[in-house]
Design a protein. Structure first.
Length: 253
């Protein structure tokens, strides 16, 4: 049976001399593995649509839950990401994280939209890499239902205070008074600016999500928090993240 699905290639694996397996995050059917025959031959009509970060309309034949690529029409390619190693590493981290989530969750088109937007802004080169990383990590948690309660202090409901404590494991806030002398691990202090950024990323409309302008001195603290939050909530550390961090080495990019 032939089916047409819009999707983004999150991973490609070589199979012999000529073929590839593609992991494609699709609109409506979640993550699927597609066998792409002959696409490593330079004259293959499907060579360009069988590459990492290609977003296309894929016509596939399905039989017993296995998909084989028939033809495809590219919609958007993000090949320019491979021109710069840091950008490519960050895009690979987004792809690895998305694949991990997509194998566990039911299909969620907002996740596809989030990664497409993130790759778009990453390839435009007019956004800070750390800002894009924070937005992606934290919004992804929000899209898959791991959104923390950022409304206010979890005990007294206070909406703002000069400083709040963010419990990364419990996904909740404490004002200083309610936090008191608790001895908890995985808690980070937030000033109102950091809290504003987190609320914005988790809750604003997708259309406005990437308009967030993060002050330079907040890029590192914010990205450390979103990274730890995602790592704790998913209970998973990604090799592509370690690679990205080894390249940037603490620089503010
Ligand atoms: Zn309180």
């Amino acid at each position: 049976m032939l089916t047409t699905l819009k999707g983004l290639v999150l991973r490609e694996r070589s199979l012999g001399d000529n073929d590839k397996f593609l992991d494609i995050l699709t609109d409506g059917s979640g993550l699927i593995e597609v066998l792409a025959r002959g696409v490593k031959k330079p004259n293959s009509k499907n060579a360009s649509v069988s590459q990492l970060f290609c977003y296309a309309k894929y016509c596939v034949s399905e039989s017993g839950g296995r998909y084989t690529l028939n033809s495809a029409e590219p919609i958007r390619t993000f090949y320019s990401l491979s021109e710069e190693l840091e950008r490519f590493a960050l895009a690979s981290y987004f792809a690895e994280m998305t694949s991990f989530i997509a194998t566990q969750e039911t299909p969620n088109n907002e996740v596809l939209r989030l990664i497409l937007n993130s790759l778009h802004f990453l390839s435009l080169k007019n956004r800070s890499l750390l800002a894009l990383k924070s937005v992606f990590e934290f919004r992804l948690m929000s899209e898959i239902g791991l959104i923390p309660n950022l409304i206010g202090c979890c005990e007294c409901l206070r909406y703002s205070a000069p400083q709040m404590q963010f419990d990364l494991r419990g996904g909740r806030l404490f004002c200083e008074m309610c936090f008191g002398t608790r001895d908890m691990t995985d808690v980070v202090p937030l000033d109102m600016r950091l809290l504003h950024y987190l609320r914005y990323i988790a809750l604003t409309d997708m259309q406005k999500l990437f308009n967030l302008n993060i002050a330079r001195e907040y890029l590192v603290p914010l990205t450390n928090i979103t990274e730890r939050y995602a790592e704790i909530q998913l209970d998973r550390r990604f090799a592509t993240l370690d690679f990205f961090k080894s390249l940037t080495n603490g620089q503010i990019l």
